[in-house]
Design a protein around this ligand. Structure first.
Ligand code: G4P
Length: 527
């Protein structure tokens, strides 16, 4: 990486709802100085203000700052935090956001351990070997014993775990956190129980240092010694290569709410998390050190500002130094696009980006020319790969309440398909469009946005199908014959790619077996 600009840490937080992602995000922004506190105010008040400022910005601008990108600086590095939607349904949007990060922080509730959404998101990270730092949150409350939590991460995620610090008690018995790597005791603020962390970090020579005995109760110290000795025998030492390879996760205990261990987590990201990684591409991976500017669109958000019906394409920069006004070629169409109004997502504002570096996210306002999966480059021969569309698990026919609104409906469905909320299929037979989603929640979002943003009243009706597969064949005649034989279930997606709609997975299996010349795929990789 060039030394003329600060290195980047582009990461996402993955967690189950309620584990504390929002709280941790906010505290990371405070610790990173992205939310500036005015004057000498008590920390809790300031933290509260930070949160409400945040929400005010969102309301005023009508944009969802927290659901896109937050940039802040810390320890001479630039951090780009990409938020993954927090709802329970797995969506493609989430997956694609995770294709744009170099590492992730997994937040676990100390009382609950690994929850279903944590697991799903983790699996997505594993597909790309994204390195993961684990933050066990809410140690200020009663939680599961640390060993149980660590073993659960190790067993259920098949990862090596390495505790980096250790809580001296939890909940009512919590007395502090011991840093296992750089021996020190982090102490709560006795005077302000609401906040706990006084920022007091007491470096010690080890667990036998008398300074520890002066700060911890004899019972807590004995317990801490016993547990950490056992831990050092049970778990492998920290190995940065294994972490970056996605085989090992360092584990940090803390409390986002009480700001305990948040700065350590930030320092850990600075010290261990990888900078911009090479991006899979054709004809060859794009290296961050490549001189030519190349990036890809991983997310498109329509109507970020209700006053302008603009949409923002979020591009992850993979290589080169981007400068405002640059003309980049859109892969596929070969069109040259002048990026004259790029935006960087600094925490408090959407600022005009004058320049950006690999790992940065640039918002590009446009009127629908840019789509998820698009490569934008100074080169004309490169295509970023690896952003798939997923086979939908629910298919619904869209019926208009007012048939004169066909044009609006088409536009709305197109916009939302572009954002990756739904997929749209055009059946060979019949005029009604079919929407496909991977989870029920996406249907709710669809209906409410149709009404609120597009003033289109529509109903979703049952369709004879529940899933779909993209079809392809090396033998065009066989493909044509298959489509002719299955006209009632044939459709095309927005790009005109042929799709076969099936009642269920069983039918997919049955048809697949009977038509060996046809390839049925559950994901369509966008190229
Ligand atoms: P999410 O984005 O992952 O869904 O979680 P969020 O940060 O909204 O946190 C969920 C709840 O857990 C919130 O409580 C939050 O205050 C609490 N929480 C987060 N971190 C900690 C922690 O370290 N310790 C404790 N004790 N609680 C924590 P809530 O009552 O649902 O909301 P609120 O009224 O406090 O905002």
């Amino acid at each position: 990486m060039s030394s003329t600009h600060p290195d980047r840490r582009t990461f996402a937080i993955i967690s189950h709802p309620d584990a504390g992602k929002t709280t941790l995000t906010e505290k990371l922004l405070v610790a990173g100085g992205a939310i500036h506190m005015a004057g000498e105010v008590k920390a809790r008040g300031a933290a509260r203000r930070a949160r409400s400022d945040w929400m005010k910005i969102e309301q005023q601008r009508g944009i969802s700052v927290t659901s896109s990108v937050m940039t802040f600086e810390h320890a001479g590095l630039v951090f780009n935090l990409l938020d993954t939607p927090g709802h329970e349904d797995f969506s493609e949007d989430t997956y694609r956001t995770l294709t744009a990060v170099d590492s992730a922080v997994m937040v676990i509730d100390a009382a609950k351990g690994i929850e279903p959404q944590t697991l799903k998101l983790f699996e997505v990270c594993r597909l790309r070997s994204v390195p993961i730092l684990t933050f066990v949150n809410k140690v200020d409350r009663e939680g599961l014993p640390p060993f149980e939590l660590l073993d659960e991460v190790a067993d259920r995620l098949a990862l090596d775990v390495c505790p980096m610090n250790w809580p001296a008690g939890m909940g009512g018995t919590f007395e502090g956190i011991y840093d296992l790597v750089d021996p020190a005791l982090m102490l709560p603020d006795k005077a302000d129980a609401s906040r706990m962390y006084a920022g007091e970090r007491l470096p010690v020579a080890g667990l036998d240092d008398p300074a520890l005995a002066a700060k911890l109760s004899p019972g807590a110290l004995a317990h801490l010694k016993e547990e950490t000795e056992l831990a050092s025998a049970c778990y492998a030492p920290f190995d940065v290569a294994a972490y970056r390879n996605g085989d090992l996760t360092p584990v940090y205990f803390g409390s986002a709410l009480k700001e305990f261990g948040v700065e350590d987590l930030l320092n850990a990201l600075a010290a261990h998390a990888p900078g911009p990684q090479p991006q899979p591409a054709e004809p060859a991976p794009v290296d961050p050190d490549d001189a030519a500017v190349t990036g890809f669109v991983f997310k498109v958000q329509a109507n970020m500002n209700p006053a302008h019906r603009d949409r923002i394409a979020f591009m992850r920069l993979c290589s080169g130094k981007f400068e405002r006004g640059m003309r980049l070629t859109q892969g596929g169409t070969g069109k040259a696009i002048a990026i004259s109004r790029p935006m960087l997502f600094l925490a408090q504002d959407r600022d005009m980006a004058e320049e950006a570096w690999p790992g940065d996210i640039i918002g590009i306002p446009n009127h629908g020319t840019l789509r998820v999966g698009d490569t934008l480059s100074e080169r004309s021969d490169v295509t970023i790969t690896g952003l798939p569309n997923f086979a939908p698990e629910i298919l619904r026919r869209v019926a208009l309440v007012d048939p004169t609104k066909t044009k609006q409906l088409r536009k709305a469905l197109d916009d939302m398909a572009e954002e990756g909320i739904i997929q749209v299929f055009y059946p060979e037979i019949g005029a009604n469009m079919i929407v496909g989603v991977v989870g029920q929640l996406q249907l709710d979002v669809l209906i409410s946005r149709l009404e609120a943003e597009y003033k289109v009243e529509a109903k979703l009706e049952a369709s004879p199908w529940d899933t779909a597969r993209w079809i392809a064949s090396d033998d065009p005649v066989a493909l044509k014959a298959f489509q002719a034989d299955h006209r009632g279930a044939a459709a095309t997606d927005r790009d005109g790619a042929p799709v076969f709609m099936a009642k269920d997975a069983w039918e997919v299996g049955y048809v697949t077996q009977r038509h060996p010349a046809i390839r049925f795929t559950a994901t369509k990789e966008r190229r």
